[in-house]
Ligand binder design. Structure first.
Ligand code: PLP
Length: 389
């Protein structure tokens, strides 16, 4: 038997992929399954972006690109951040990577090792905790509170910082809760971080353009963090490009070379045609994004109202992303059991809150990246199941 490294036992996974596999297996058996477990827009990539990718291939862009990404794409990222947040970043700080996840992996690899602490949101994107464990660091959960719209308490987060803390991960708007951290809370956290200048911050803002009220508060707008802030963003959600594998990190000057070296060791560069498509996304018409976000906004109203009508379910209105995270403790079921029963008996795929960390017990994640008809039918099925249970 080959002998694996001990680290491999630390690596977790994303249950969304397991649920998807089970949902597909049931479908192959002839069952009709409505999938509200999925974490990607149910829209195609806008045509002008697809066309730019096609043209790049036809024009012969078939070779390696620079490891950090082609300059026009990095310039387009810098211009987009200026348009959205009014901030100035140099294209030289932008590292183009194959998807949003890669910036997360690199940041954790850069700071994580045995003896180091990394603070991460819980319930949160499961890969944070998985990769922290893989690095050998200790994952320190930052509790998100239902009664605060799934924001954190800045004082509670600051109290988690110890001399071992190397990195804090933030994610707003958030997966799986749809929670958005209010500016007042972010201000208090940033003010408190002034007392901990040695702690780096990874801000995962991949849902930054999927906001239904107010404006997105980007950590890039706090100049006092500039020398230790890593911004994670990408094209997957905003432009419905999950399969293209395109994302970026904006790194402080002092960290950039390390991140680029990780890229060279890992993947050399990102698919060239995808990079040209990425330019078209950032510089082209914004109407497709507006239309998609408007559709999500309507579905949010529908799903929240429908879930709140179910017995034992309490669903706050999420501020962003395309997820809602209702409290299901009133059903008398734990999250994992309810996830299983809804899939097997009601034919609706959802994800147990515990897939996002221990503080996710008592919640289920619903994605509303599905048609209004599918959402309506799914909630009807769940209602019938709960009534019969
Ligand atoms: C919070 C969060 N960050 C990052 C990612 C990763 O995005 P990508 O598919 O671009 O790697 C996801 C995807 O679901 C996410 O929910």
């Amino acid at each position: 038997m080959p002998v694996l490294s001990g680290r491999m036992r630390q690596l977790g996974t994303e249950s969304a992929f397991e649920v998807l596999a089970r949902a597909n297996a049931l479908q192959r058996e002839g069952r009709n399954i409505i999938n509200l477990g999925i974490g990607q827009p149910d829209f195609p990539t806008p045509e002008h972006i697809v066309e730019a990718g096609r043209k790049a291939l036809a024009d012969g862009h078939h070779g390696y690109t620079p490891a950090n990404g082609i300059l026009p794409l990095r310039e387009a990222v810098a211009a987009d951040l200026h348009r959205r947040h009014g901030v100035t970043v140099s294209p030289d700080q932008v590292l183009i990577v194959p998807g949003g996840k890669v910036t997360m992996f690199f940041a954790v690899m850069m700071f994580g090792e045995p003896g180091a602490d990394i603070i991460y949101p819980n319930p949160g994107f499961p890969i944070y905790e998985s990769v922290i464990r893989y690095s050998g660091a200790t994952p320190v959960p930052m509790p998100l509170h239902e009664e605060k719209g799934f924001s954190f308490s800045p004082e509670e987060v600051l109290a988690l910082i110890t001399p071992h803390t190397r990195l804090i991960i933030l994610n707003s708007p958030a997966n799986p809760t749809g929670g958005v951290v209010p500016k007042s809370e972010m201000d208090r956290l940033v003010a408190g971080l002034a007392r901990h200048p040695e702690v780096a911050i990874l801000s995962d803002e991949i849902y930054g353009e999927m906001l239904y009220e107010g404006t997105h508060i980007s950590l890039t707008t706090y100049p006092e963090l500039a020398d230790r802030l890593i911004l994670l963003d990408g094209w997957s959600k905003t432009y419905a490009m999950t399969g293209w594998r395109l994302g970026y990190g904006v790194w402080p000057e002092t960290l950039f070379d390390h991140a680029e070296r990780l890229a060279i060791n890992c993947h050399s560069c990102v698919n060239a045609a995808a990079q040209f498509a990425g330019i078209a996304a950032l510089t082209g018409p914004r109407e497709p994004v507006r239309r998609m976000v408007a559709a999500f906004a309507e579905r949010r109203e529908l799903i929240v109202a429908s879930l709140n009508r179910l017995p034992g379910v309490r669903c706050p209105r999420p501020g962003g992303a395309f997820y809602t995270f209702p409290n299901i403790t009133g059903t008398g079921c734990d999250a994992r059991t309810l996830q299983g029963q809804l899939l097997e008996k009601a034919g609706v795929a959802t994800i147990a809150g515990t897939s996002f960390g221990e503080f996710g017990e008592g919640f289920l994640r619903f994605s509303y990246a599905a048609s209004q008809e599918a959402i309506g039918k799914a909630i009807d099925r769940i209602g019938e199941f709960l009534a019969a249970a």
